[in-house]
Design a protein. Structure first.
Length: 373
């Protein structure tokens, strides 16, 4: 069994840690350990510093699960804590990997969405999210891809990398279809509830859906490496626990405790991400108006990334390489198999975002122009 090269992380590893301005990140504004500690009361600090560094329970500490359950409005027994959303994805695809099975997935998407199930021998059936359609999901197209061997349908809203969201009516319709046909609907909601066009419904409201959340995106705490699954189906929860026991056993104690603190203070954390995202999106509005001859985008409706494209070039890598050489890191679209696009993260960079966008605009101005007819 072999995995395809992870071109996205190869690019990030090469550029992200040394760039002056990081416009490649898919997260929001970072938090320090000191800032999280300042959110704790004295009792919580005492508990944190005196906790034994032992194994966590396999489904997560009860206190964290209760906080997560309160946040999404479900019973705590329906929450399974995992090691980031990545472990949740591994569990779903591992469990779906039956002979002849297929999975229905979005394209473009976070590369492991495609590479992991392929490595497990599953047939991939992709529905395309197109710039021309404002990256909107087509329920009819998804239904046509499904058959008696379809094990799960995966949706991602807000979507990485495009920032698209699923209309509430489409989410309900797809949930009904999957439920009636015995297909597991998995909703990746790691950016929920960061929206830029009003609130959107969570798939938690759908009785048969499985929902993934984590602390890397909306919470902007990727260093915790904590994720969670919500599922009302008891048998599936038992399967997740068993798979996790084989994969990673449990999370780390400090991470789970800090995640619990973050959930308790989620409105403070979400507010920081929303405020910075809103401010920086206005700056991007000006960029795309100014560079209308060279760039175009679908303004993201949610999340912390956009997926613009070049109007007159087949590939964005030369742009991204030139920008990186000037101190601004983006992600070339070929990392998502859509080479004319590029991913632009707009909520990890606070001070200097306007300067970074100015540099990017200068780089665009230096690109070769199409020949005039």
């Amino acid at each position: 069994m072999r995995l395809n090269p992870f071109h996205l992380d190869e690019w990030l590893e090469q550029h992200e840690h040394t760039a002056r301005y990081n416009l490649a990140a898919s997260t929001g504004p970072s938090w320090t350990l000191d800032e999280l500690l300042r959110l704790m009361n004295d009792k919580e600090k005492d508990r944190f510093f005196h906790a034994p560094l032992t194994y966590c329970p396999g489904n997560g500490h009860d206190s964290l699960r209760h906080e997560l359950a309160s946040m999404v409005g479900v019973p705590a027994e329906e929450i399974q804590v995992v090691t980031g959303a990545s472990e949740a994805l591994h569990a779903f695809f591992f469990l779906a990997a039956e002979p002849g099975g297929n999975v229905v997935l979005p394209r473009p998407s976070f590369p492991p969405f495609l590479d992991i199930p392929k490595s497990f021998g599953l047939e991939l059936r992709c529905y395309d999210l197109r710039h021309e359609d404002e990256f909107q999901l087509d329920v009819d197209a998804i239904e046509k891809l499904c058959d008696d061997n379809t094990k799960l349908v995966l949706v991602n809203s807000p979507h990485n990398p495009t920032g698209a969201t699923i209309a509430d009516a489409d989410l309900v319709r797809l949930g009904d279809y999957c439920s009636k046909n015995g297909i597991q609907l998995v909703a990746d909601e790691v950016y929920h509830p960061i929206y830029h066009d009003g609130e959107h419904r969570s798939a938690v409201d759908l009785v048969e859906a499985t929902v993934i959340g984590d602390f890397s995106k909306a919470f902007s705490l990727p260093g915790l490496r904590i994720g969670f699954i919500h599922d009302r189906n008891r048998k599936r929860r038992e399967d997740y626990w068993n798979v996790r026991a084989h994969f990673t056993i449990s999370n780390n104690m400090p991470g789970e405790f800090l995640a619990e603190v973050a959930v308790k203070h989620r409105e403070t954390i979400f507010a920081r991400a929303r405020e910075l995202a809103t401010k920086n999106l206005r700056i991007l509005d000006d960029l795309f108006e100014e560079q209308d001859d060279s760039l175009e985008w679908v303004r993201p409706r949610g999340g912390l990334t956009a997926f613009p494209r070049l109007k007159h070039a087949a590939a964005s890598r030369p742009l991204c390489e030139a920008a990186a050489a000037s101190g601004v890191v983006l992600v070339p679209g070929d990392c998502f198999a859509i080479p004319e696009h590029f991913r632009l993260g707009f909520a990890a960079c606070d001070d200097g975002f306007a300067d970074a966008v100015g540099i990017l605009s200068d780089v665009v101005n230096r690109l070769p122009q199409p020949a005039k007819s």
